[in-house]
Each structure stands twice: as structure tokens, then as C-alpha cells.
Design a protein around this ligand. Structure first.
Ligand SMILES: [Zn+2]
Length: 325
């Protein structure tokens, strides 16, 4: 039987994939605003193609494209009744592309129905996680991601543990400060999730690599559990460290996209900081993942062409000195 995620992490760094939902909005398949995954049943080829691109780029895990796929969220686009079907279809697509070589991670995310002080909200959100977990049967492990409430992330972990025997990776999304909306610091998140049985903890989405490093360092110093980091490939600033807080979000993001080399540099730096699961989120597409794979020694570029700037046969060689400078 193929190695699972924990065995692969024991062997070395695992490279995750890139971001789906924002890119699929750019491609015209997702509505900017709700950012829901009903395209799993309306345009399955669009998801299949992105999975194939990430596979080809060197990703070692494909995440089920079920981001924001909870019942109440899908109800905002009139698809609540098809929640199970959508999650099931998204899982089938990921497994089909992954084949025997790649792992498939189930995907759970913030529900927008969380209320720290409400027991009825807790029941509602638990039920929505359970429905998605059941619909995503057959995955290799689960990722609970993009939580800005620690308590919602913790409930997600509890439901994965209650419903399956699979490894669980939980990643928080930090926006303007280094604590969650319910007041838990990054280091405290890592320790408490580890104590609650998480196999991998970390951060994803919202922030660019530069604004993610301090969170990684906090978590790494707090615990020696497997650590994951999947930042966005959109430039943020110290004033507005998260991309959804910028005026570019949601539909003017193009000029803020990082280069592939900036994401390659992220992969190198994340490795140096002791991150075990290195991936990326919104804005990171095939070229970024490919450069990350190169940086981690996981991509063999075909060597069929040698640059020859003295007798150029392309603009690339003609401008070679400028390119090198
Ligand atoms: Zn994201």
C-alpha cells in the first residue's frame, strides 16, 4: 500500500498544491463573492484541469476542491440541497487525477456560521462538518483550513477525529494580528491543536510569505509537531497584511500577484524554518508550484535546450545579459 501523509512527512518535506477558488473565479467558473464550489457538478473539467496542472508542476498532494463547501454557504448560491453531491463529486475528481501517485486531502473550511458563545451554532457547524466528511469518503487525510476562529478549527478537528481514523491537518488563517478572532495566539493554536490530536498544524491563506514567516516561527518555537504553511501568492503589506483586506480583493488581484521566483524563495525559506508541509493558497498557480518544486529539489526540468547568447535563436538569448542582471 502507498505511503500515507505521516509516513511521507517522516521521510521529508511534502509539497502541497496551489490555490483553486480564486483562480477558478478568474477563469469564469466561480462567482466572486460567495466563492463556492458548485462547479464540481456544473464544470468538473475546470477542477480536473487545475488538479492536472498541479500534478504536472510537482505537487505531491491534491486538495479536494470543496472550499466553502458547507451546506449554509452553498445555500447562498441556491445549492444547499446538493451539498453532499458537490462534495462527493469534488472528491471523485481529485482521486481520479491523483491516481496511485499523489495523496488526496479532504477539505473543510470556515463556515461563516461560527459563534463562539452559541451552543446552537456549535451544533449547526458540527453537523455541516460531518456532512462534508461523510461526502468526502475515500480521501487519504483531511485538511481543515482557513479558520480565523481557533474554536471553529478545534471543532473541525474534533469532528474529523470522531468520524474517521485519518490523519488531520489543521491550519489557521491570520489577518491583521498574530492572534485569531477569538484571541488565541499562533503558538497557543499550535499547542492546543496538538494536544487535541492534530497530526499537522499550521497556517494558510490570507497572508503573503513575508507576513507568514513570523507566524511560522511562533508555531515552530511552540511545538515540534509537523508544521504546515500555505500562504497566498498575492502581495500584502505591513499596513494590510492579509490579501482580502486590500482594495484588490476580490476581482482586481492581478497586479498584486507574486512571481514564481518569490514563491520558490518561500519554499526555500519555509524549509529553513522547519516547515514540513510546504504548499500555497490563493493566487498560487502551476508556475508557482513548479518553482517551489524546483526549490525543494522535487522537479526535474527537461534539459533539451542550452542558452547560447552569442548566437541567439530567441529573444530570451538576445536579451540574456539583461535577464541575468
Ligand atoms: Zn487562500
Amino acid at each position: 500500500m502507498a505511503k500515507g501523509i505521516l509516513e511521507r512527512l517522516a521521510d521529508g518535506i511534502v509539497l502541497g498544491d496551489g490555490g483553486y477558488i480564486v483562480e477558478l473565479e478568474k477563469r469564469g467558473y466561480v462567482i466572486a463573492g460567495p466563492f463556492t464550489p458548485e462547479l464540481a457538478i456544473t464544470h468538473p473539467d475546470a477542477i480536473r484541469e487545475m488538479h492536472r496542472e498541479f500534478l504536472h508542476a510537482g505537487a505531491e498532494v491534491l486538495q479536494v476542491m470543496a472550499f466553502y463547501g458547507s451546506r449554509e454557504k452553498l445555500a447562498t448560491v441556491g445549492q444547499g440541497a446538493r451539498t453532499f453531491e458537490i462534495n462527493q463529486a469534488a472528491t471523485r475528481i481529485a482521486k481520479e487525477v491523483a491516481g496511485d501517485g499523489l495523496l488526496v486531502a479532504g477539505d473543510l473550511s470556515a463556515t461563516w456560521k461560527w459563534d463562539v458563545d452559541s451552543s446552537s451554532a456549535r451544533t449547526l457547524v458540527a453537523g455541516m462538518f460531518d456532512e462534508q466528511i461523510e461526502a468526502q469518503a475515500g480521501v487519504d487525510f483531511f485538511i481543515g483550513e482557513t479558520f480565523w476562529h481557533f474554536s471553529e478549527a478545534l471543532l473541525c478537528l474534533e469532528r474529523i477525529k470522531a468520524k474517521t481514523d485519518l490523519p488531520a491537518m489543521i491550519t489557521l488563517a491570520f489577518r491583521g494580528s498574530n492572534h485569531t478572532d477569538d484571541g488565541v495566539t499562533a503558538s497557543e493554536c499550535a499547542k492546543r491543536l496538538r494536544d487535541a490530536g492534530a497530526d499537522i498544524v499550521g497556517v494558510n491563506c490570507m497572508r503573503d510569505p513575508e507576513r507568514t514567516y513570523p507566524l511560522i516561527e511562533e508555531m515552530r518555537n511552540a511545538t515540534d509537531i509537523y508544521l504546515a504553511a500555505q500562504p497566498v501568492a498575492f502581495r500584502c503589506s505591513d499596513e494590510v497584511p492579509w490579501f482580502t483586506g486590500t482594495p484588490a480583493f476580490p476581482d482586481r488581484l492581478e497586479p498584486t500577484q507574486l512571481t514564481r521566483y518569490e514563491m520558490g524563495e518561500f519554499a526555500r525559506k519555509a524549509k529553513a524554518l522547519g516547515v514540513n508541509y510546504i504548499g500555497s493558497c490563493c493566487g498560487s498557480i502551476a508556475c508557482h508550484v513548479r518553482e517551489m518544486a524546483c526549490a525543494l529539489g522535487k522537479y526535474d526540468a527537461p534539459e533539451v535546450w542550452q542558452a547560447n547568447p552569442d548566437t541567439p535563436m530567441s529573444e530570451t538569448e538576445f536579451n540574456w545579459e539583461r535577464r541575468q542582471g
